[in-house]
Ligand binder design. Sequence first.
Ligand SMILES: Nc1ncnc2c1ncn2[C@@H]1O[C@H](COP(=O)(O)OP(=O)(O)OP(=O)(O)O)[C@@H](O)[C@H]1O
Ligand SMILES: [Mg+2]
Length: 266
Amino acid sequence: MAGEERNLIPKVQIKDVKKIYEGRNGQTIALNGANLDIYDNEFICVVGPSGCGKSTLLNIIAGLHEATSGEVLVDGVKVEGTGVDRGVVFQQYALFPWLTVKKNVMFGLNLKKGMTDAEREETALKYIKMVGLEKFVNSYPKELSGGMKQRVAIARAYAVNPSLLLMDEPFGALDAQTRTQLQTELLKTWEEEKKTCFFITHDVEEAILLASRVVVMSARPGRIKEVIDIDIPYPRNQETKMLPRFTELKNYIWQNVYKEYLEVQK
Ligand SMILES: Nc1ncnc2c1ncn2[C@@H]1O[C@H](COP(=O)(O)OP(=O)(O)OP(=O)(O)O)[C@@H](O)[C@H]1O
Ligand SMILES: [Mg+2]
């Protein structure tokens, strides 16, 4: 990224965010001081061992959870709840089973004021087409495969045209082929629409393929351990994985993450 762009206000500012959950078995420190600036049009991928606080951080940025201390600013404004500027794709598919694909995608648009029903429908159809589900607009979630459901969730998030997309392991439960296909689609759409993406994954290869920067989180209590610039130019595709630089980055990041997995085992 050019130096001058760095002078702009970051799209997202994560400032010393701590999160303590009070449970029946006492407290869990999920995040212990996370700090990160994310710039406009960046694609950030977050990796780290299970339970290190990745979803917690995403939920705080989304405004679904409140930080115990610290704060998150989006476009310079403190996050105090959800907003149509932020689209979320959850770790588990979160579709309404009683709504068709079209109605599921239109759902988020109900929050957008000043749109007619016809405009909502037109927008929903555009994004359903983008994820290749135009033949399934009137299907219900139970009639779709896991990959198709996740495409609906992605279409729903995109339809609202958020400037920030928050995605929590969106491809985690998918088979390798569908995953590869959705990665390619996501890259293409991001390159066209240039939104800011915050994407959680367990898969180091996926992170390097997609991200402009990869964030490695440490074992719980979560902190941001290292941020690695992925200096492989876009456009990228599955062949990018064959580049020697890709392998170098993969080995480096994997070793880094693996240390954190070992911490969890202790
Ligand atoms: N609502 C909650 N109440 C109590 N503890 C919670 C709650 N949500 C998360 N935690 C705890 O906070 C820690 C971080 O959880 P989080 O879901 O953020 O992890 P994660 O990095 O997303 O893990 P995974 O990779 O498995 O999805 C975990 O120890 C978890 O048990
Ligand atoms: Mg999670």
